[in-house]
Design a protein around this ligand. Structure first.
Ligand code: C5P
Length: 232
């Protein structure tokens, strides 16, 4: 069987990966994997089942067996995330669950338990995979690897805007501090630290409009995939 083309988009939170990856997947007609959502769902599932975020053994079992599905909505719209029959798209986006996701993601046992699930998303005609270790660990042979980043200040500002829109009030200074803390934890953890793959193209989205970033990403995709990624 011909290899399924995988486009790995990694980088810190707030760099714009989710938006870019979803738009790109819709333009190409590819599947989309939001790997961060899996870690977030796991943190929420642990809450539901009264499993502590540092109980590695039970977390790994949950990671392997939890009943989670991504239910597609309209093209270009993020899919609904369904945990044990319940739509959890909104609850998994809270700051608290984001913190839990980052905690559970630090365990090698948890990451291992989620590997097969993530790889199963690579189906024809192709996949856009969004995360931290898509190009380094989950899809090391991906023909296209992009590392999307932005300054910590800009990422905190974007997150602040999102939270305000949702009615959650958090101070910008607190958020900037948390962005730095999470970056440090993600970059220095023993397994799958957040670093660009050696063959990744690094794109900095600071101060750029979404469409401008998407254009840069599409140029990389066209150069690396050629005819395999004919736009629909
Ligand atoms: O991208 P998102 O903010 O939804 O990810 C939540 C957390 O899950 C991140 O802070 C990171 O710690 C973890 N994560 C990860 N590996 C991925 C995706 C997310 O460790 N591939």
């Amino acid at each position: 069987m011909a290899e399924v083309p995988v486009i790995a988009i990694d980088g810190p939170s707030g760099a714009g990966k989710g938006t870019i990856a979803q738009k790109l997947a819709a333009r190409l007609g590819f599947h989309y994997l939001d790997s961060g959502a899996l870690y977030r769902v796991l943190a929420l599932a642990a809450r539901h089942h009264r499993v502590d975020w540092d109980n590695v053994e039970d977390l790994a079992v949950l990671a392997e067996h939890m009943d989670v599905a991504f239910r597609p909505k309209g093209a270009g719209e993020p899919p609904d995330v369904v945990l044990e029959g319940e739509v959890v798209t909104e609850p998994i986006r809270s700051e608290e669950i984001g913190h839990g996701a980052s905690r559970v993601a630090a365990y090698p046992e948890v990451r291992r338990a989620l590997l097969a699930r993530q790889r199963a998303f690579a189906r024809p005609p192709g996949l856009v995979a969004d995360g931290r270790d898509m190009g380094t660990v989950v899809f090391p042979d991906a023909p296209v690897k992009i590392y999307l980043t932005a300054s910590p200040e800009e990422r905190a500002r974007r997150r602040h805007k999102q939270l305000m829109e949702k009615g959650e009030s958090v101070s910008l200074a607190d958020l900037a501090e948390r962005v730095r803390e999470r970056d440090a934890r993600d970059a220095t953890r023993a397994v799958a630290p957040l670093v660009p793959a050696p063959d990744a193209v690094v794109i900095d989205s600071t101060g750029k409009a979404i469409d401008a970033v998407l254009k840069e990403v599409e140029e990389v995709v066209a150069a690396r995939l050629g005819g395999r990624a004919a736009r629909r």
